[in-house]
Design a protein around this ligand. Sequence first.
Ligand code: GLA
Length: 631
Amino acid sequence: MEWPRGVEGLCYGGDYNPEQWPEDVWREDVALMRRAGVNLVSVGVFAWSRLEPEQGRYTFDWLDRVLDLLDAGGVKVALATPTASPPPWFSLAHPDALPVRADGTRLLHGSRDTYCASAPAYREACRRIARELARRYADHPGVALWHVHNEYGTTCHCDHAAGAFRAWLQGRYRTLDALNDAWTTAFWSQHYADWSYVFPPRATQYLHNPGQVLDFKRFWSDELLAAYTEQRDILRAATPDVPITTNFVFGGWVPVDHARWSREVDVVAIDHYPSDAGPGAEEETAFGADLARSWAGGRPWLLMESAPNLIYAGGRMHAKEPGRMARHSLSHVARGSRGAMFFQWRAPRGGAERFHSALVPHAGPDSRVYREAVELGAALGGLREVDAGAVEASVAVAWHAPSWWALSGPGLPWDGIDYLAEVRAAHRALWRAGITADFVSLAQGGPLPYQLLVLPAHYLMSDAEAAAVRTYVDGGGRLVATYLSGVADEYGRVRLGGYPGALRDVLGVRVEEFRPTEAGWSEDVHLAGAAFVRPGVTRHRFGAGTAWYVSTRLDDAAYGELLAEAAGIPVREGAAELELVRRTGRHASWLFAFNHGSTARAVETEGTDLMTGKPAAEVPAGGWVVVRETY
Ligand code: GLA
């Protein structure tokens, strides 16, 4: 399906909240959007109380005028269903639909996301407003995309959630015996003799059952997906030609398996906010973008939200240096995003996020941020041809949300275990070595056409996933697996006979004991076919392939060298200062070069600078170039 419908070239814009402003500001907004080259805005994300101020009383007239005004100005709309922020009347009428924390505290209205997605009244209200919006705007030419909800991830422990959890468990396990076995309920007298005895992992005396905690996250991923798909199906029936998406958010609080969800959206869309204001922001940007591309199966995806000029880190806002907004946005484009969208268009006067950054800041258009926004719009306009190129990646890193959840659970050998940090470390080491990586899911099956597969702390591993690894290495693949991989089965039960359980034969090692230390991780590794390479690293020939095992935490440089050596790709010196990403099409390729350093760098290829139309020569300090290479 063409997406976003009717948008020419790369998408550029962001969240637009006209409900916060008088109409004369709308006209200025459209004029400023046109000047900046904005062609797509997300409208209505948090507008429920302005669209339905009382149950069943709809006030769509203002939205009609906004959509017409934007359409006349050439700006298309990602029209949101406003279900992430129920209006006051809803919470008053349905107190049972307010969310309950693990400790039993019921949260009240007053912020956003005050709902339980298992509450029937909430789901019903969501379907109603989605149906009304679909009916009203089905034929509006300005609607380019449906933006369902906002950042699914909110969970609840109430009785509605308990009932839905039980039903989900019955679907997964069929029998109580299977559930008891999977959760090892013989431990601490937790055997369940009736389904009604099972509850969400509510606040309790000491450690929770890890199987219960893991399945509660899996349940929420599926429950939230059901909430999404029922809205999607309503919109699809009314507007079969309009693509549908929801913006993915990523974080420890989000029990969403995005790799699975990606099959249910027409467009993989992510929100991305680096949490490090230093050089880590560039690597984080690459990380988020590479994940999104992988969830999209290599096809174009969309950066739906990012912050124009600020990074929030360490309890304060850091202004992005001049040019950094463009480098971050274009790094997403280099890695497959069909454009760059922001949160948000205009900074609000009030409200909880009044100091969040915006393309039109409080200072107004006479500002550095808006001037950079105009420059970025011009740049995106000149780069539209790159969308035809597929991102070149030679290494795959496994991403596995359930392993993240399991390694955030109770009773692990070390409280310093951090799955996300392990995956980030692998990706960062590759990024610093100048190697572009895809992420893959072992469950997806099929060939892995990469020079190297990395498994960072892939803790949960089903027999089928282990078989996929075995087949890959046996057939000539190169593998690097790090500690904690393959240790448990898909239910989180430890595989017996020595770690790393499911992968012992492939890796040719047998670990008798974990030995976490003050400084990090170490293990008692016995060679069982593998050869010692250096402390913490072994190598094993398995079939036609080679498998390395890393039983400790390596620093970035050592990790990068190991991964590059295993992949057979030389480390590119200075890759963190001069980031290079190539997209390849049928008749041309495009090299994106980002200079994150403080001195100009020569362009390392021959071709045409897409912005100047002249032979590419240099990347200025803090700048970027995109070079069309023809062949
Ligand atoms: C998220 C939300 C936005 C806004 C931004 C602020 O991504 O979707 O509504 O809250 O964060 O960073």
